[in-house]
Unconditional design. Structure first.
Length: 143
């Protein structure tokens, strides 16, 4: 899978989440929305590999990239400084990025096995897609 595939999957999972919400399928709408963030962050991770040659470093382990944890993927993508800067900017400006991240960071791959409400699914999708303070618009700067 390459960056273009992951970007396409990100877009498709966002569309799926919207369609599932419209159909009253809250649990899987929640899961799909979170999976979109995973795909977007993995695209950013590939960008790091391509632009820095990180994949050729001796300490690199492929299994580290198989994580589903959003913050772990932020770190693996080499975006920790940019992420912390964005959090600081959000705090200073009062925008919603911090609040949106607090929703996104709660997503887990195992959420597909959990009951979710309509409010939870809508909140996650909003936290991801909000313009300009959503998590996805921030990630897209680095993929």
């Amino acid at each position: 899978m390459n960056q273009a595939d992951l970007r396409r999957l990100t877009d498709e999972r966002i569309k799926d989440a919207h369609a599932l919400l419209a159909g009253g399928r809250w649990e899987f709408a929640y899961y799909c929305a979170g999976y979109a963030i995973e795909c977007a962050l993995k695209s950013s991770l590939l960008a790091r590999m391509i632009h820095t040659g990180w994949v050729f470093e001796e300490k690199w382990r492929a299994e580290e990239c198989m994580t589903h944890e959003p913050f772990r993927l932020v770190k693996l993508a080499g975006l920790e400084d940019e992420f912390n800067d964005r959090l600081k900017a959000s705090s200073l400006s009062g925008d919603q990025f911090i609040a949106h991240w607090s929703v996104v960071k709660e997503w887990k791959v195992t959420s597909r096995y959990e009951a979710k409400t309509e409010a939870e699914a809508r909140s996650l999708l909003e936290a991801i897609t909000n313009s300009p303070d959503g998590v996805l618009p921030w990630i897209q700067k680095y993929w």
